[in-house]
Write a protein that binds this ligand. Structure first.
Ligand code: GLU
Length: 477
């Protein structure tokens, strides 16, 4: 295949919907797979729906995801002359016409159609007759659809599709404000930008016959149309706000890694046709193809996203994870800026120990707080280890024994077990109290590995603190 050109063409009318981001992922993967180009086009022709900041969000979002674009952003609002020129040509050739019908007339017409139980649509009042109106008066330009017959096209995912022309309106190409509609501008741009594969939401399938007729009228070869599967919520209705987060920023804020999100989105309507699910970006690029796109709805399953997210966190080297974790830990006041090699090595060691417990990166601050702060309470369930007369002595003896130890996992374990034996304690009866004293928790990663990371100073101080606490509660009984 010669190098394909794909595009992402969002309208800056609000925050990016996760389903639309999926289309960007497909378009980007396809371009990268075949050494083609990925174009960013901002479809800002609906002036009443523009949302301030939306373009910045689109650019930041794509950048965050690592979906770099080769051209653009191209703003349609900067290309009005181009659309008008092509529209004028179609008017001159009789393929489009000017329409002066007022919004009031159109509303009245619709009411009458409804009352008569007929389908609503433009009645082609101006198609053959300008009714004495001139170009200087406010008007729109409409496309003259064939009145009968069918329009067919091939969709790379859905196969051959046909539409009855009689059911398609003489749609507006240029609005009264001089701006083009989506239908017209996207066709002109996809052609002029030499887009080879139009990958976009399924909601545009029904518009495609209009586009096909426009290409034909303009004398242009249409691109390949690719409408990936519809995305459903877990209850199998179309994914919407009711299903929870649907805007892309919510997933960024939750703390998913870009690679995990790209991986998850790529599997909504596509599969590598083997049993792989967790895939790095390079693996996705190498595997992505249109043949793997499926023609049935994809279910948006947050549990699957979380599973993929966990796998990606495990794939990260500790030092990389630590670099990502640092800002999270700083924000929680667990680590202070600026970065320094000693602190970063410590964060990396903590990440290595705790990464299997993370679903999203920010979880590190919840599960690993005791590595960074002494300010923790003893878990309710672990308090029993402080009760009884021997508790204070146990913690003191442990602190004493560990003070003298060469600080590595094996010697720590040996010293703790030996001290336990001297006091008639084995297994859980020595492990559990040490864990509660050193971490506040009753469960966690391998205890000896955790103590090795925590360091001698912290561990012995916490054991002494536990001894003092045992003395305090036993004195009050
Ligand atoms: N601006 C349209 C949208 O955001 C683009 C559709 C297309 O990709 O053609 O839905």
């Amino acid at each position: 295949m010669s190098a394909p050109r794909t595009r992402f063409a969002p309208s800056p009318t609000g925050s990016m919907h996760i389903g639309n981001v999926r289309n960007a992922v497909f378009s980007w993967l396809f371009a990268r797979r075949h050494g083609g180009s990925f174009v960013l086009r901002i479809e800002d022709t609906d002036r009443s729906r523009l949302v301030e900041g939306a373009v910045a969000e689109i650019k930041e979002g794509l950048t965050w995801l690592g979906l770099d674009w080769d051209e653009g952003p191209v703003f349609q609002s900067g290309r009005l002359d181009i659309y008008r020129e092509h529209a004028r040509r179609l008017v001159d050739e009789g393929r489009a016409y000017r329409c002066w019908c007022s919004p009031e007339r159109l509303a009245e017409m619709r009411e009458e159609q409804k009352a008569a139980g007929r389908p609503t649509g433009y009645d082609r009042h101006c198609r053959e007759d300008s009714h004495g109106r001139t170009e200087d008066e406010p008007h729109v330009i409409r496309f003259a659809m064939p009145l009968d017959g069918e329009t067919s096209f091939h969709d790379e995912v859905r196969g051959d599709i046909s539409f009855d022309n009689a059911l398609i309106d003489d749609f507006v190409m240029i609005k009264a404000d001089g701006f083009p509609t989506y239908q017209f501008a996207s066709v002109v741009d996809d052609h002029l930008m030499q887009i080879t594969h139009v990958i976009r939401s399924d909601e545009w399938v029904a518009s495609t016959p209009k586009h096909v007729r426009l290409y034909e009228a303009l004398g242009w070869e249409p691109p390949k149309f690719v409408h990936p599967s519809l995305i459903l919520g877990p209850d199998r209705s179309k994914l919407s706000k009711r299903h929870g987060a649907t805007s892309f920023v919510e997933f960024v804020e939750r703390g998913y890694l870009p690679d995990a999100l790209v991986n998850f989105l790529s599997l909504l309507g596509w599969s590598p046709r083997d049993d792989r699910e967790v895939m790095t970006r390079d693996e996705l690029i190498a595997a992505f193809d249109i043949e793997g796109m499926v023609n049935h709805p994809a279910v948006f399953d947050v549990q699957k996203l979380e599973w993929i997210s966990r796998q990606h966190l495990r794939l990260l080297p500790d030092a990389r994870l630590a670099a990502l974790a640092r800002p999270v830990l700083e924000a929680r006041g667990l680590v202070s800026a600026p970065a320094d090699p000693g602190a970063d090595a410590y964060i990396a060691a903590v990440c290595g120990l705790m990464k299997e417990r993370l679903t999203v990166l920010p979880d590190i601050a919840d599960v690993a707080g005791y590595f960074f702060s002494d300010d923790f309470d003893y878990d309710e369930k672990g308090r029993k280890w402080f009760a009884g007369d021997g508790a204070r002595d146990l913690f003191e003896a442990l602190a004493e024994a560990l003070q003298a130890v060469d600080w590595n996992e094996e010697s720590i374990e040996a010293a703790i077990r030996a001290a336990g034996q001297t006091m008639g304690r084995e297994g859980g009866r020595i492990i559990h109290p040490v864990r509660v004293a050193a971490t506040g928790q009753t469960a966690g990663p391998s205890l000896f590995a955790a103590l090795a990371v925590l360091g001698k100073e912290r561990v012995t101080a916490r054991l002494r603190r536990a001894g003092a606490y045992a003395e305090h509660i036993n004195a009050n009984h």
